[in-house]
Design a protein around this ligand. Structure first.
Ligand SMILES: Cc1cc2nc3c(=O)[nH]c(=O)nc-3n(C[C@H](O)[C@H](O)[C@H](O)COP(=O)(O)OP(=O)(O)OC[C@H]3O[C@@H](n4cnc5c(N)ncnc54)[C@H](O)[C@@H]3O)c2cc1C
Length: 601
């Protein structure tokens, strides 16, 4: 049971976690409330949605989009370098945040990319700690010997923790179709990833999911961290409570001390007091807005919306980084022995598969498992020219970039130079979308091209003092031309997979982009009209030294404050080449450790 308003309004708690019943927030709440002597309040804007089969059922990609009970309907602003198009940036709303509706892939970045966080000025944020903290969350359930043998899974080498509460496993049904995709990658010259979840994801791999292999359901922040701890009398969770701002007073040391938060519940404004700390965990899209409405942000932004400036922090809502994906798929021959979930487009079969799921059978026991991570140099003869041209631009215009950004760019260029796997193919049986829609009765196979290291930097800023009004989400897609050059090269490479066996023998041809897309101009237009976020937006409250436009220090404390922290993906200073949920759990676990040790002194 979640709490009622009377249990929260005007009451005091040691820790108030805002906007979180997100991936990071619930993890943190569970860890802090392990100490029975402290009280923890979690305020979440969405519904509880606990034990809801619509969330628990795997292979339900995107079905929650547009449903206000499950997702925020965020949209970007018109993108100047993308034909003025706007893009959907849906996010999970409710207990568990985006972990309640995400696509369940479990992956980890390359070692060096986590070590780069420390290199940027954040002591303690390195690969050794990442692994140590994530091992508290991760509860890997190894596959059976048959599955190991069938798919060549050397999981014994993977160093995954088996003790954490979040179930990580291969889905109940791994099929021969998955093997076809994997073999196609290998035959295309992509090496086998030797340590896919142990710091070296370069190559083709089968990736596990946050999947409970006993119940065949989604394992996420709510099942792992909230449900097992609902009985704790020191943990209070209020849903449908939208945090507006953090209240703070100037302390004797000249810094601000957070005293509580103001939140909206049933159209009324209420207050919850914090004895020790306020922690903002509203995700990369909303955390900057809460900071700005609280008086912590870029002076011009705050003045425009008449918010008194407590601390001028020009990094709030800046340095926003994206993973981009281009939708690509092929049509399967009518007589091919290749099953796909395209049949779920038939309402009768969809009902049948929902029924089958209850018995641990059917499409809802599958997941996305086929990935390949590749360096630019492996897929394009133009790689050196692309890198040299951007390096040249930095030499000429470097002074033009905000403080700290050049250092990030140098690291990104170094990654491209040294063959870091910044490109990713996300592949699965079935169609994902594209200009040419699926035809009834046809089957498809998807090979989306994703770019995990973009140079363009976006912004997210509040445009009014109303917390229920979205801030402007402006990713500045393709503002840096190098991003389009890399995407373009990669899309051409992925198109070539249709000519590689065994995929070649199974498909009639390309469905998207499709045969009408031939010239470079046509391909660029296709890319812009079929571009998607990978839902991994990060870095809007970057953890960096203050002079490099940092928002939080390496203890995740907002600059100029004594006890206000941000704990979610917004603090990641430089994006990593991996799906992001594992990194969010690692951030939350490390944050819990930092906060606990702060009060043990
Ligand atoms: C569609 C989709 C698919 C994805 N697929 C994958 C995948 O397969 N693998 C992977 O690793 N990652 C995936 N991700 C990314 C991953 O799920 C996220 O990076 C991660 O969950 C983000 O966690 P977070 O804690 O930073 O934010 P979130 O989990 O987004 O949490 C933010 C929370 O804050 C709440 N909130 C916002 N504003 C307020 C407010 N003012 N007051 C109160 N509450 C507020 C929201 O309702 C939400 O619950 C996906 C994400 C999406 C959206």
């Amino acid at each position: 049971m979640t709490a009622s308003l009377t249990e929260v309004a005007d009451k005091s708690f040691d820790y108030v976690i805002c906007g979180e019943v997100t991936t990071a927030g619930l993890t943190l709440a569970a860890r802090l409330s392990e100490d029975p002597d402290v009280t923890v309040l979690v305020l979440e804007a969405g519904l509880a949605n606990l034990n809801d089969p619509e969330l628990l059922r795997p292979c339900s990609y995107g079905v929650h989009f547009g449903q206000p009970g499950y997702t925020w309907p965020h949209m970007t602003t018109k993108q100047r370098h993308c034909m003025d198009l706007e893009y959907a940036w849906f996010r999970g709303k409710g207990l568990g945040g985006s972990s309640s509706i995400n696509f369940m892939g479990w992956g980890k970045p390359p070692t060096q990319e986590i070590d780069d966080i420390e290199r940027l000025g954040n002591p303690g944020w390195n690969w050794a700690n990442y692994q140590r903290f994530l091992s508290r969350t991760e509860g890997f359930v190894p596959p059976t010997e048959t599955v190991k043998e069938q798919f060549g899974l050397n999981v014994d080498d993977w160093k995954l923790s088996i003790n954490g509460p979040l179930k990580v496993s291969f889905p109940g049904s791994m099929s021969k179709e998955n093997m076809v995709l994997h073999e196609t990658f290998l035959n295309a010259g992509i090496p086998l990833a030797k340590h896919p979840l142990d710091g070296d994801p370069n190559g083709a791999m089968f990736g596990p999911n946050n999947y409970d292999p006993i119940t065949h359901t989604r394992s996420y922040a709510a099942t792992a961290f909230l449900l097992p701890n609902m009985g704790r009398s020191n943990l209070t969770v209020l849903v449908e409570a939208t945090v507006k701002r953090v209240m703070s007073d100037m302390a004797e040391n000249g810094q601000y001390t957070a005293t509580g938060v103001e939140f909206i519940y049933a159209s009324g404004s209420h207050i919850a007091n914090a004895n020790r700390e306020v922690i903002i965990s509203s995700g990369a899209l909303k955390s900057p807005q809460i900071l700005e409405l609280s008086g912590f942000g870029k002076r011009e932004v705050l003045e425009k919306i008449s918010i008194p400036v407590k601390a001028d922090l020009p990094g709030v809502g800046e340095n926003v980084q994206e993973h981009l994906l281009v939708l690509m798929n092929f049509e399967v021959k009518d007589d091919a022995d290749f099953n796909t979930p395209d049949e779920l487009r038939d309402p009768l079969l969809a009902t049948r598969h929902r029924e089958l799921h209850v018995s641990g059978l059917g499409w809802h026991t599958t997941g996305i498992v086929n990935y390949a991570f590749l360096p630019l140099k492996a897929i394009s003869s133009r790689a050196d020219d692309i890198i040299a041209s951007f390096r040249d631009k930095l030499q000429k215009n470097g002074w033009n970039y905000p403080p700290g950004l050049l250092e990030q760019y140098r690291i990104q260029l170094e990654r491209l130079e040294t063959g870091a796997p910044e490109l990713e193919i996300i592949s699965y049986p079935g169609i994902s979308g594209g200009t040419n829609p699926p035809e009834p009765g046809k089957r498809y196979v998807t090979c989306n091209a994703a770019i995990n290291s973009c140079f363009s930097r976006g912004t997210i800023h509040a445009t009014s003092d109303n917390t229920e009004e979205d801030p402007t989400f402006d990713p500045h897609y393709f503002e840096e031309e190098i991003d389009m050059e890399i995407v373009f090269e990669f899309v051409k490479f992925v198109r070539g997979l249709a000519h590689v066996t065994p995929l070649k023998d199974l498909v009639v041809g390309e469905r998207n982009p499709g045969p009408d897309v031939q010239t470079d101009d046509e391909l660029c237009e296709y890319i812009k009209t079929n571009l998607s976020t990978v839902w991994h937006t990060a870095s809007s409250c970057s953890m960096l030294p203050r002079e490099k436009r940092g928002v939080v220090d390496s203890h995740l404390k907002v600059y100029s404050t004594n006890n206000l922290r941000v704990v979610d993906l917004s603090i990641l200073p430089l994006h990593v080449s991996a799906h992001t949920q594992a990194t969010v759990y690692a951030i939350a676990e490390q944050a819990a450790d930092i906060i606990k040790s702060n009060f043990q002194k």
